[in-house]
Design a protein around this ligand. Structure first.
Ligand code: GLU
Length: 520
């Protein structure tokens, strides 16, 4: 077969927010397209008007914009295979429905929902197929005059695909290998509905992949059962030679337990399953998003890429989008589902946060501080980031457990960093650190320390060192922990010289005097 230009597509139905599994599907398509110098198409599959959700399309576009996943063609991107929204392609589909009808590969069926239900009652596991179609009300059992008359009198109908039984249908899947299904188990799928003059997903999907010259269909495993039908449709249209190659990606699985990742897992364990926050237009329910939770898009991309694929020896886990384009290998994607390890996502975010400059944390840090009613300058905020970004924090799980982790989000800096901006107001005498380090003699020692600090003219780390180190040596004191109590109010924080230099002479001394007055 002739080498075709690689053209792949992501074809969501705008039925709600994009699930994180869909993001991975799109990412793999993107990587595959880029590494083959191909095109990536964004198509909206909105032929099921009953499931349409306003805002979903914009949400999906905004998600990819945030993630840095770009399209070459499609809704909102232009291109010469449009329109790319299926609801705008009615007339195109009609022509292809007619082609199948004329060739006798599809037929018109008038069965009402009541009639279909009656059949289901009558026959166990009823399926509309070669064994039953001749008992039904359709253009195979009615004369052409009757069919015409029914249509003229306004009866609604569907067009069904006439599947020939007893054939082995082969789906040659890049990830799964040869999947063989006997056509007898397939039903005569509805391809078109007169009621809304729109095709169903199957017909629209095949016609568009053909007309848009799609070379590879990379999509979730949930579509594998549809693939034999799609193969038969390509044949029925006479397009078998240019049928795209299939690659069905394995599922994303729950972090704990068995089964498919769901929104409920996210709610329970405290991680988002959507790229951006989603406000449900009907229920008003708000679902959290990776962006709003403080993830960097590079971290999300890196994390998702490794759910179901890995670079083996070729590269370590930290991979930029360019690295991924270089090393991604569709044929090495796992057949087995990938457990959704959200703790790993946090680890990636920690790594990517550390890779950026301290200044890059500032806009998000400004917002976080504002929630505590604190305002500061960009320089001071960057300084705090520098001192604290390597720290381990304690956090609460949704179950109320206290756990530890590296600073994985800008918001992890708070309330940890409060003392940089606000002096301790109270000292908890029951606090272990305070109990252990504030003794009878401490107040006097701190008063002495204040006298020493008064003499420091250059209140920088070096300036403080030059004066304080010799005094500590000579006085034979260990003032560090009590000093920390004065400035922080607890046993945490950065190097004391760094903290004092940050606070400045006046504030440092003021906090010490206050602590002495409170703790005595
Ligand atoms: N519209 C389908 C979806 O929502 C597309 C499936 C496919 O890629 O063929 O995922």
């Amino acid at each position: 077969m002739q080498e075709r230009k690689v053209r792949v597509r992501f074809a969501p139905s705008p039925t709600g927010p994009l699930h994180i599994g869909g993001v991975r599907t799109a990412l793999y398509n993107y990587l595959f397209a880029k590494q083959h110098g191909g095109d990536f198409i964004f198509r909206i599959e909105d032929t099921d008007s009953t499931r349409f959700v306003p805002g979903a399309e914009d949400y999906i576009i905004e998600s990819f914009r945030w993630l840095g996943i770009t399209f070459d063609e499609g809704v909102s991107f232009g291109g010469n295979h449009g329109p790319y929204r299926q609801s705008e392609r009615r007339d195109i589909y009609k022509q292809y429905v007619k082609q199948l009808l004329d060739a006798g590969k599809a037929y018109i069926a008038f069965d009402t929902p009541e009639e279909l239900n009656a059949k289901r009652e009558e026959i166990d596991n009823f399926q509309y197929d070669a064994t039953t179609r001749l008992q039904m009300r359709n253009s195979l059992t009615l004369s052409s005059e009757e069919v015409e008359a029914l249509i003229q009198s306004g009866h609604q109908y569907v067009v069904r695909f006439k599947i020939e039984p007893g054939r082995d249908v082969v789906v040659d899947d890049i990830i799964r290998g040869r999947v063989v299904i006997n056509s007898s188990i397939l039903d005569d799928k509805v391809l078109y509905k007169s009621a809304d003059e729109l095709p169903t997903y199957h017909l629209a999907n095949i016609v568009d992949d053909h007309l848009m010259e799609v070379s590879h269909v990379i999509r979730g495993e949930e579509w594998l059962p549809s693939a034999p039908l799609h193969v038969l449709l390509y044949e029925a249209f006479g397009w078998a030679d240019t049928m795209p190659r299939f690659a069905h990606l394995s599922l994303l699985l729950k972090p704990v337990g068995n089964g498919k990742l769901s929104k409920r897992d996210g709610d329970k364990l405290g991680f988002p399953v959507f790229p951006l926050e989603w406000h449900d237009p009907k229920s008003g329910e708000v679902s959290s998003g990776y962006r709003e939770q403080g993830y960097l898009p590079q971290a999300v991309v890196n994390f998702l890429a490794l759910l179901g694929w890995n670079p083996g020896e070729a590269h370590d886990e930290m991979m930029s989008l360019d690295d991924l384009v270089k090393y991604f290998d569709l044929s090495k994607c796992s057949k087995n589902g990938a457990k959704f390890d959200y703790v790993k996502a946090q680890w990636f975010n920690h790594q990517y946060l550390l890779q950026q400059t301290d200044e890059a944390w500032v806009p998000a840090f400004t917002d976080v501080l504002a929630q505590y009613g604190i305002a500061s300058t960009p320089e001071r905020m960057a300084e705090v980031v520098r001192m604290m970004k390597q720290k381990v924090i304690e956090y609460q799980t949704p179950q109320g457990e206290t756990k530890k982790r590296n600073v994985s989000f800008v918001s992890d800096l708070m309330p940890l960093c409060r003392f940089f901006f606000e002096a301790p107001a109270d000292f908890n005498r029951e606090d272990k650190f305070i109990k252990k380090n504030w003794k009878e003699s401490t107040a006097a020692e701190m008063a002495q320390f204040i006298d020493v600090l008064q003499t420091v003219t250059d209140f920088t780390v070096e300036g403080l060192k030059a004066v304080v180190d010799p005094w500590v040596e000579q006085a034979g004191l260990r003032p560090w922990n009590p000093w920390r109590i004065c400035l922080v109010g607890a046993g945490l924080g950065p190097d004391m010289y760094e903290l004092a230099a940050f606070l400045g002479k006046d504030e440092t001394i003021r906090r010490m005097q206050y602590a002495i007055s409170k703790l005595g």
